[in-house]
Design a protein around this ligand. Structure first.
Ligand code: PNS
Length: 162
């Protein structure tokens, strides 16, 4: 069984993330999408809310599981006996960060965790969770960026803050 992990912040999950999830789920027998519980950041959605969103969005993908993790990715991957991380590459601007992350993970795990990159579909190349949040915070249209049920949740968050 080829199993892989797709780690990320997913605050919130965008259509770009979902595109990577769908494509990776066709490559691997099992894909574990795992949300980083990063105590240093102040997220829009709690880890639990992000997990619920991912579960709902992937409910028709039977080989996709959703989980969360804290601390180093290599430790979580080792616990789960996972040796491949999937990451999406949107543009050259992602490359340096992603290269560093992949190399650090490979080094720290002594080669136990390798990274596979999928290039983002062109229609999502401009998309990021932070731009989605910024657009929504000003009441802009995010219907092309996230599934409808996620857009609703994002607007609810910003309305509650006002
Ligand atoms: O969606 P993101 O924020 O680009 O995802 C980044 C993520 C979660 C993959 C990365 O920050 C991560 O794995 N963090 C866990 C801590 C860790 O293992 N860091 C690697 C050493 S720098």
């Amino acid at each position: 069984m080829k199993r892989a992990i797709y780690p990320g912040s997913f605050d919130p999950m965008t259509l770009g993330h979902l595109d990577i999830i769908k494509r990776a789920s066709e490559i691997f027998d099992v894909l574990i999408v795992s949300v980083l519980n990063n105590k240093e950041k102040t997220p829009l959605f709690s880890v639990e809310e992000r997990v619920i969103i991912l579960k709902e969005a992937t409910k028709d993908l039977p080989n996709v599981q959703v989980d969360s993790f804290s601390g180093l990715l290599i430790n979580y991957a080792a616990e789960k006996d996972l040796h491949i991380a999937v990451r999406g590459l949107r543009a050259i601007t992602d490359f340096e960060y992603e290269l560093q992350l992949a190399q650090v993970n490979r080094l720290l795990s002594k080669g136990e965790l390798d990274t596979v990159f999928l290039t983002t579909s062109l229609e999502y190349a401009y998309l990021s969770s932070s731009s989605v949040k910024e657009i929504a915070s000003f009441g802009g249209d995010i219907s092309q960026c996230v599934p409808d049920f996620v857009a609703k949740k994002i607007y609810e968050k910003f309305n509650a803050k006002r």
